[in-house]
Design a protein. Structure first.
Length: 350
């Protein structure tokens, strides 16, 4: 291995590690706020990439219809929940126009755009915005339908629900996008040299985007009242409820952020590789390995672990490409052993 190969491997490892870092941050966020091990995170990666690929091919993405269906189901669940409680009926009457607009009319407008606008002629930034507009609202809708009714259940019950949602979304992905994989157009064809080492403009865009998003997330948690409420929920759910933080609203927001991060990661990774309806699970699972480094609690350790996973994968693909997945997922074993020996059991909150 010479210096040029080493540079390329490190560049690829850091680029993919940055993607895994974002996914690990999303997994830690969702688990901290809701105690949900978010297995469907990978489906948002796949949906983001495949939705953008369909838009660039001039096809109406099936995910837009899924958004409308989820909105209708969420509206029915919200209405049914409110009607069971007499004190909630007045609030339902006040919120009904807003709920109808956000859950049905806006998704219906999105479906209309995908059916009657020449999507392939849109500028790439507009295509990305449209893909995010389709995929991101699915996060809070899924939380409302599948997780919120069981918000006070044990972690094991929530994990079983996550497995069911994951399997359902994989099946829907196959139905909407088919078994063939797709990729998207590159953001740029720029190539330049840093010293004697070649650098891809694609990698620079990914790293800059990831760094900017992490900075925005940091400012959101440090400087905004909503972010501080999410942090309070992550630290102590019961205490947050006692001081007036809405746990359900925090859950929906965390799922919206996780869906946005997942969809953006899919969009960033799609120019590098072919993504199909089930490949997002493996990508998110590598982010989960990074999240384990932080014990599903520490954001910096999760990000550091995810970058380490990217480097391990890059060098493994060079030295033993047939075993790179085995090597990456074997890394989790000593980490789990170390975590089990150093952590103390804490009973779950009531």
């Amino acid at each position: 291995m010479d210096a040029s190969i080493l540079t390329v491997l490190v560049q690829d490892g850091i680029t993919t590690g940055a993607i895994y870092a974002l996914l690990s941050l999303a997994l830690v966020l969702v688990f901290s706020v809701t105690r949900v091990i978010f297995l469907p995170q990978g489906e948002f990666v796949a949906f983001g990439a495949l939705t953008l690929a369909a838009i660039q091919n001039g096809q109406a993405p099936g995910s837009a219809v899924l958004l409308l269906a989820l909105g209708c189901v969420t509206l029915v669940v919200e209405a049914g929940s409110a009607l069971r409680l007499p004190q909630s009926r007045a609030r339902l009457r006040r919120r009904w126009p807003w709920m109808l607009a956000t859950h049905v009319l806006v998704p219906l407008l999105v479906v209309g755009i995908t059916r009657y606008v020449a999507l392939q002629t849109l500028a790439m930034p507009l295509q990305i915005v449209l893909a995010l507009l389709i995929v991101v609202p699915m996060g809070p809708m899924i939380y409302r339908v599948a997780y919120q009714p069981l918000a006070h259940s044990s972690v094991l019950v929530l994990l079983i629900v996550s497995l069911g949602v994951h399997l359902a979304m994989v099946g829907l992905g196959l139905l909407m996008f088919g078994p063939e994989g797709s990729n998207t157009r590159p953001f740029t064809d720029l190539q330049f040299n840093l010293g004697e080492s070649p650098v891809s403009g694609q990698s620079v865009i990914v790293l800059v985007t990831v760094a900017a998003l992490i900075a925005v997330i940091y400012l959101f948690f440090e400087r905004t009242l909503t972010g501080k409420a999410l942090r309070a929920t992550a630290v102590n759910r019961l205490g947050a409820r006692l001081v007036g933080v809405g746990i359900n609203q925090a859950g929906k927001l965390s799922f919206a952020m996780a869906a946005g991060i997942g969809a953006l990661c899919g969009i960033l990774i799609a120019p590098f590789t072919i993504v199909n309806y089930e490949s997002g699970f493996i990508i998110a699972l590598k982010g989960f390995v990074g999240a384990i480094f932080g014990g599903l609690a520490s954001y910096p350790l999760a990000a550091l672990g995810a970058v380490s996973v990217g480097l391990v994968e890059s060098f493994s693909s060079f030295w033993a490409s047939s075993f790179k997945e085995l090597i990456v997922f074997t890394v989790i074993l000593p980490i789990l052993l170390w975590r089990s020996l150093t952590s103390h059991h804490i009973d779950e909150e009531a």
